[in-house]
Write a protein that binds this ligand. Structure first.
Ligand code: CP3
Length: 357
């Protein structure tokens, strides 16, 4: 029933005692717990083999595949948390949005949402629309034993950007034009998307996820003022709706408004690689931090990566608690053996007695 991991034999059976959840609660741990955004996925040969011939979004609706893919990095790396294998656009597709994930590109829409008539087509998510998520989370929680499962959703801005642009965007110009030209339509769009993300998280939490992460990957395209006015209330609505589990709020390029990310309702603030964690700790005092190794550096020679890992662990001690992660997701070209060595290196920092107890 319960999987035991050789290199994590001391993992408690109840995730609530895990290093990861203790750090989420702001407890200082003997070493940082470690997991990676996008740890499940294309950098793993076992993932590519399993996914052969199955489109990305279809794989997300098959609980057997979701379970296996979520467990793959836990088995391989002995990370301190699993992240549910799905995608931020899964709940959009579940309410009938014509969206597909194109390999090498990302989410692409058949019909972008740019008018009141388009928006009227976007209905709320019902838990039954994502029954396959409920089933996969329940199975996973049983399989993972003491290893916590992180549920996630896309934040309203990042999802809205895909909906409005119709696909990935460098400048987010259609999104920004809509936001400023028709604030009423903008706020209604974000409020509907916030409802969808809240329900998606709620399904995962009710099924047993131990924590959630809200991904606002593209929020860094905004000024602090626009974030505060056009986005913050909607992300706050999603984070406020989460019952009883810690909430990690992550953005890329959001260092300039980290306190706003925190005040939206984060128990843990995710930090990208641009801002050292000791500096982040000054910007959001009292908050546990997650981050922040530059994923692109994983391709450098090992001594470089090792030095970075030690720097980040040391800087993370300036926060009340630190969860080791990358500053953004694992890149497809990353060598899994390097990630394995990163995990080993982070986990060994607890053996030296150098960490505060
Ligand atoms: O982190 C994990 O391991 C869990 C799974 C996960 C996926 N997507 C699987 C996935 C998570 C948490 C996400 C979130 C997600 N999806 C975000 C937020 C995080 C981030 O990276 O900023 C965003 C912006 C998306 C949208 C999306 N989906 C993009 C940009 C892409 C990559 C497109 C490409 O091919 O370059 C996807 C596809 C996707 N989501 C893959 C995986 C494993 C790759 C699919 C494949 O195998 O081709």
């Amino acid at each position: 029933m319960t999987v035991t991991f050789d290199d994590n034999a001391t993992a408690p059976a109840d995730p609530s005692d895990s290093l990861f959840l203790r750090a989420c609660r702001g407890e200082r741990t003997s070493r940082p717990p470690v997991w990676f955004m996008r740890q499940a996925g294309r950098s793993l040969p076992e993932y590519r083999r399993l996914r052969e011939g199955v489109p990305m979004l279809e794989s997300c609706t098959r609980p057997d595949m979701v379970t296996e893919i979520t467990l793959q990095p836990v088995r391989r790396y002995g990370v301190d948390a699993a992240i549910f294998y799905s995608d931020i656009v899964v709940p959009l597709r579940a309410v009938g949005v014509d969206v597909d994930v194109k390999p090498g590109i990302g989410p692409v829409l058949g019909h972008p949402i740019r008018s009141r008539a388009d928006l009227d087509q976007l209905r709320p998510l019902e838990p039954g629309d994502v029954a396959f998520v409920d089933e996969a989370v329940r199975t996973l929680v049983g399989e993972l034993g003491g290893t916590p499962l992180i549920g996630f959703a896309g934040a309203p801005f990042t999802l809205a950007s895909y909906l409005v642009e119709g696909g990935p965007s460098k400048n987010h110009e259609v999104t920004k034009a809509l936001m400023h030209s028709d604030p009423e339509l903008w706020h209604e769009l974000l409020s509907r998307v916030a409802g969808i993300s809240s329900t998606f998280l709620d399904v995962q939490v009710r099924a047993g996820a131990s924590a959630v992460q809200l991904f606002d990957s593209w929020a860094g395209a905004l000024s602090a003022a626009d974030y505060a006015k056009f986005v913050h209330p909607h992300s706050a609505e999603v984070l406020d709706s989460v019952i009883d589990v810690p909430r990690i709020h992550f953005g890329v390029g959001t260092s300039e408004f980290l306190p706003l990310m925190a005040s939206a309702g984060a128990d843990v603030v995710g930090v990208d690689w641009r801002l050292p964690l000791d500096e982040a700790a000054l910007r959001v005092p009292g908050k546990p931090l997650q981050g922040n190794l530059d994923p692109a550096l994983l391709g450098a020679d090992w001594p470089v990566v090792e030095r970075e890992v030690h720097r980040i662990v040391a800087e993370g001690r300036r926060a009340p608690a630190h969860i080791f992660n990358l500053g953004h997701g694992v890149l497809p070209t990353t060598d899994p053996d390097v990630l394995a060595r990163v995990v080993e290196t982070v986990q060994a920092t607890g053996d030296s007695g150098s960490g505060a107890g």
